[in-house]
Design a protein around this ligand. Sequence first.
Ligand code: ADP
Ligand code: AMP
Length: 214
Amino acid sequence: MKLILLGPPGAGKGTQAKILTDRYNIPQISTGDILRAAVKDKTAMGIKAKEFMDSGALVPDEVVVGIVSDRLLDPDCTAGFILDGFPRTVPQAEALAATLSRMGRDLDKVISLEVDPEALVERLTGRRTCRECGAGYHISFDPPQKDGVCNLCGGELFHRDDDNEETIRKRLDVYLQQTAPLISFYERAGILSSLDGLRSIAEVEQEIQHLLQA
Ligand code: ADP
Ligand code: AMP
């Protein structure tokens, strides 16, 4: 299965991608996670990306397109993949289409998670992520069993620097201006399904399951 999860920051893309990864045994490709790892390792790409990410702006298209084009060549993507946070602009979507076409592959579905902006602020200010294994939590909606500690690996949970209200609002503006046009882009391609992402994690999971079986 070759799938894109589309939606504003905090819509639940990463949460659902992790569930799908376990169910279908295909990788989650999160450009945000790959960029954060590069920032942490202080690679040339990470140093360049950091200022864009800290301010809530998008990293230049050529950087993320290069990341994804390379990642799709890895053997674990043969059976399929879940793109989470990519593409985020029309040029990125066009570059992805060209890359897949060169590989003789095609997307199966794009699932757009729709959530209103005020709910997103609450989701992102309450998001916590495991420093060790990347598992995601929410202090109210999906709390860990023990405060600040990952259920899965015992790692420390942290709050992302860009999940503060000012940067969140900037990221939401960027989403509306640069990413939302992808909804009609994929609608025209005939592969878009939209769902109400305001429902619980389990309900959204069920709805995605339903769409993938249709
Ligand atoms: P994205 O990857 O789209 O930025 P996440 O999957 O990281 O979003 O979710 C953002 C936050 O919202 C996390 O703290 C997550 O636990 C929580 N969350 C995800 N889906 C839901 C949901 N359906 N209802 C309530 N909270 C959710
Ligand atoms: P995310 O983890 O998806 O919320 O992404 C965090 C940040 O990484 C974004 O605010 C951007 O600065 C950067 N980023 C992630 N994916 C992309 C992308 N596809 N295009 C441009 N910037 C990205």
